[in-house]
Ligand binder design. Sequence first.
Ligand SMILES: [Zn+2]
Length: 475
Amino acid sequence: MPTSTRPDLLLPAEPGQRALARELYALVAQLPVISPHGHVDPALLAEDQPFPDPSQLLIVPDHYLTRMLLSQGVAPAELGVPSLDGSPVQTDGRRIWRRFAEHWHLFRGTPSRLWLEQTFTEVFGVDTRLSPQTADEVYDALAARLAEPDFRPRALFERFNIEVLATTESPLDDLGRHAKLATDGWGGPGGRVVTTFRPDNVVDLEFDGWSTNVDRLGEIAGEDTGRYAGYLAALRSRRAAFIAAGATSSDHGHPTARTLDLGADAATLFDRARRGRAEPGDAEAFRAHMLLEFARMSLDDGLVMQLHPGAVRNHNRWLHARHGRDVGGDIPQVTEYVHALAPLLDAYGNDPRLRVVVYTLDEDTFTRELAPLAGGYAALLLGAPWWFLDSPEVLRRFRETVTETAGFYNTAGFVDDTRAFCSIPVRHDVARRVDAGFLARLVAEHRLPMDEAAETIVDLAYRLPKRVFKFGEIS
Ligand SMILES: [Zn+2]
């Protein structure tokens, strides 16, 4: 997927560094995409049906977009975001698109604008600048493309040059889509589309329906989840099923980074919670404890752990009540890692067989906490900036703040973390361009020879994420 319309997009403005950055970027522009963390619906690729209209594809599911319009008084229902109670929402794609285009100016300078514009031009070949006046023209051009066979999900997957894409499922998912993908030669271990084990809905006592979820976990796994031992056995069994469906990692979204070994008290706490008698602090303690349990399971079954703390979920209660989870109502909070991760690191931090990729929504922690931790423990790797931190500015600052103590090789590579399938190549391209600019500066300042910068950028774009997330033969 070449980027043709703006070849120097995001490269340094200074001519000397720009020339170096162009050379470095050229080495990675065409490399396959490794996407180890994201939220694309596997049904998309399993069924390979044509995408719906441009609004259902690009606007309705993108909470970066709908939350910005909400901040200016446009109700999510006007943009087609489904309601929990079934109350009517806009379903006419063209109307949604026009409403959105009226507010396009809100996205000036944001990464959302960059991704969408690049998606229009590079993925769909639509060069008309979006504005309230051109809304229909852009909509019609996109809709025409979506009707072509080359714009089916699997055809785009090929064109995007994606080598591996990880989706995210809960242990309660039957993995039917991934089974279909495996049958079609797209999934399974070593496949092109793999799953990720995301157990928050059976681990977090504060998750809606936690106890019912744990019942279902027991049914699916054939274990007695009325007891803690059976609960752990059920989790182990689901992990094995996920690994059979190609999973190489687990993913844990917690409010904080706290870890804790409750020892024998874990079973007592679990019993209490299952009887509906959880005490204040139990939810946080149990989440923290389960990270140690999952680390132990990882040592046995090899799943890479991803930990992304720091989101206050459903902060916008009005939005949560009307439209549910994951629609833009989450807000970052201050996150502490040094003390929070100590119990996990005390137990397993120096064991190179364990691999924990830590992310943050709190940018302040990169220099002070995360880079020193990742630069000092064998088990720890530093995940790319994501979610609220995925602008080119933060990608640049990430390299500036973590390289000093973590270097390049304690970072885990770029993750797009997206639900928006068509933005995947664009987002990876942005990260590659920013890294080219950063490395060009090191070369220009005579801190790194060009041949080493060249090797580094290929590692960052391709070899490192492939190795960290255990995809393919590279080890
Ligand atoms: Zn994610």
